[in-house]
Design a protein. Structure first.
Length: 591
């Protein structure tokens, strides 16, 4: 083997890892967070948890991604530690699917069926279909499917390239001597663990071992310890992910490590006890890709069957290792579901942002409506709760804003990318609504402390505008939380009416000032209330327009507002006129 063969080997490894990455990213985008939601919801018993963990991992082709997701679930309080253990076991089973797919490259035979099953035969076809979908398909989902097919073809090309590059090693005595060293169980386990920890993928490290097996120089005695070590090495990703997490999340990562370590120790003890007493006739036989997949699957099946009844024991072991008193302080302001670990699964992270933004919307609505009630029925305790809620809304905006910016840099589908943009637009408006709640609280305090009473005419007009603002708030938040686009279309006509109400009420107020029917101090309070009301309705309009523009893959709000207002949109005009009648001001009786 010369230096050029080494270059070919490294190139094949690069294609292999890149193909796995592209395929995994495509699968995650097609799944769109649905698999993660299954994990979140359907973990009522251990067997179901194992099955779900295996299914999700087999689909996304990464046990590391599944276990990191589980650490995130536990850290966010979405899932209990006991529920996580079954999923972690299932993840080890699911990752064996990759080895079986890769083993197809080792098929031998002249029949048509065998030839068509070989990746070298069908991978080019998949690549061709994939590139057509990526270049010609208009729908996002079809493009993602194309990426999956191309990723798989690149992965198999890399596998074939690696296999071809290492074949000359079969004739090199030094290479055979190195492989003989791995027959030492400790050295084999360490090698497998280190290799997997470095590339952070047991699927990839098993694939590399399968490629090396093409030389015919790897025996069962050498391969088995390496495979055991690969299962241990894959734990490094979850362990790294748990740094900075709460104690239960750290315990979940430790359960993954303990499960694989205990399973490896038991398996090797049984295997070598039999080997040194009875002996396995195949121990010195050359192993092939199919045999490696079989050993990998057998180990994980046996380890799961053996340790599944002892999930409480694994949980207790993790709790003994990380005691309750050793937990680092976790911020009480943490938003459930907003976890850095979920960024590895962008589709699910977008779903979590959606839920958190809707919670923020409900909190903003509650805060502003409470402050409106205080204008007529002031209560110090209720006023204090408004400040607490406003502080929470500020923290929502800060945390969600930071998280959404990070999420926007990920490989998102067009739909998810637009959703992230819409949430970034909306959280600013929701935060400003809660700011106006504080402004109204200050005005309510002033009214209470100075015993301010508006004239009947002023109060009647204010009541009409209060009713309109209350309605636009309720409609906007309901439309946002339920994704009701038809309801969102009713926001802008009402906002226009509120603008007209503010202008008319301000004009009437100026006339009262000119007639000496109102004091300047009282007038400042009155106009400040009107201004806050009008600005709240503006933010409601911004949220509704963002929703409507998202449905059209556009965020040109100025063009949208111009079109509905000035191009004779019939629906807008009808709703505007209906709202104008509904929120008509009482006639002035003392001109």
């Amino acid at each position: 083997m010369d230096i050029f063969s080494l270059f070919t080997l490294l190139g094949g490894l690069a294609f292999f890892l890149y193909g796995m990455n592209v395929m995994g990213a495509g699968l995650d985008k097609v799944a769109g967070g649905r698999l993660e939601r299954l994990l979140e919801k359907l973990t009522s018993n251990p067997i179901k948890s194992v099955a779900l963990g295996a299914l999700v991992t087999a689909v996304i082709q990464s046990s590391s991604a599944t276990t990191v997701m589980v650490v995130g679930f536990v850290n966010s309080g979405i899932m209990k530690l006991r529920q996580a253990i079954g999923i972690i076991m299932g993840a080890n089973l699911g990752t064996t699917a990759t080895a079986w797919i890769l083993s197809l490259s080792g098929l031998e035979g002249d029949s048509f069926l065998v030839k068509i099953l070989k990746p070298s035969s069908f991978a080019p076809i998949l690549a061709f279909i994939g590139i057509i979908l990526v270049m010609a398909a208009k729908k996002d989902k079809k493009k993602d499917v194309g990426s999956i097919l191309i990723g798989f073809a690149i992965l198999m090309f890399g596998m074939d390239t690696m296999s071809g590059a290492v074949k000359p090693l079969a004739d090199i005595p030094e290479f055979r001597n190195i492989l003989t060293m791995f027959s030492n169980p400790v050295l084999g386990v360490l090698t497998g663990a280190i290799l997997t920890a470095v590339i952070q993928s047991s699927s990839a490290s098993v694939g590399i071992l399968q490629a090396l097996s093409m030389t015919g120089g790897i025996t069962f005695g050498s391969a088995i310890p390496i495979i055991m070590g690969q299962n241990i090495g894959t734990c490094i990703t979850a362990l790294i992910s748990s740094i900075g997490a709460n104690k239960n999340a750290k315990r979940a990562a430790l359960v993954h490590l303990y499960f694989n370590m205990i399973g490896t120790i038991i398996f090797l003890l049984i295997f070598y006890t039999i080997q040194y007493t009875i002996g396995f006739p195949f121990i010195n036989d050359s192993v092939d890709a199919v045999s490696i997949a079989a050993v990998h699957t057998t180990f994980n099946l046996l380890a799961t069957a053996l340790l599944l009844p002892f999930t409480r024991g694994l949980e207790k072991l993790a709790c003994i290792t990380i005691k309750d008193g050793e937990d680092s302080k976790v911020s009480e302001d943490k938003i459930t579901g907003i976890d850095e670990r979920f960024l590895a699964s962008p589709g699910y992270a977008v779903d979590q942002c959606s839920e958190a933004t809707k919670q923020m919307a409900e909190l903003s609505k509650e805060t502003i409506l409470t402050s409106i009630r205080l204008l007529t029925e002031f209560d110090d305790k209720v006023g204090a709760s408004i400040m607490v809620n406003e502080d929470k809304v500020d923290k929502y905006e800060d945390m969600l804003g930071t998280y959404l910016v990070k999420l926007s840099t990920k490989n998102l589908s067009i739909t998810d990318s637009n959703s992230v943009s819409m949430y970034l637009h909306s959280i600013g408006d929701l935060e400003r609504i809660s700011d106006h709640a504080v402004n109204l609280l200050d005005l309510a305090k002033e009214i209470h402390q100075k015993s301010i009473n508006f004239s009947k005419e002023a109060q009647d007009g204010l009541d009409v505008m209060t009713s309109a603002v209350t309605d636009i708030l309720n409609m906007t938040i309901k439309a946002f939380v339920t994704d009701d686009l038809e309801l969102a279309k009713r926001i802008e006509p009402l906002e226009e009416v509120i603008d007209h109400l503010r202008k008319e009420l301000k004009d009437r107020h100026i006339k009262r000032l000119q007639k000496g029917q109102c004091t300047t101090e009282l007038g400042f309070v009155y106009t400040d209330i009107l201004t806050n009301y009008e600005r709240v309705s503006d933010h409601c309009s911004n949220i509704a327009v963002s929703m409507l523009q998202l449905s059209e893959n556009s965020f040109d709000t100025h063009e949208y507002l111009h079109d509905v207002k000035y191009t004779g949109d019939r629906s807008f005009t009808e709703q505007f006129e209906a709202n104008k009648k509904k929120y008509a001001l009482p006639e002035i009786t003392n001109e």
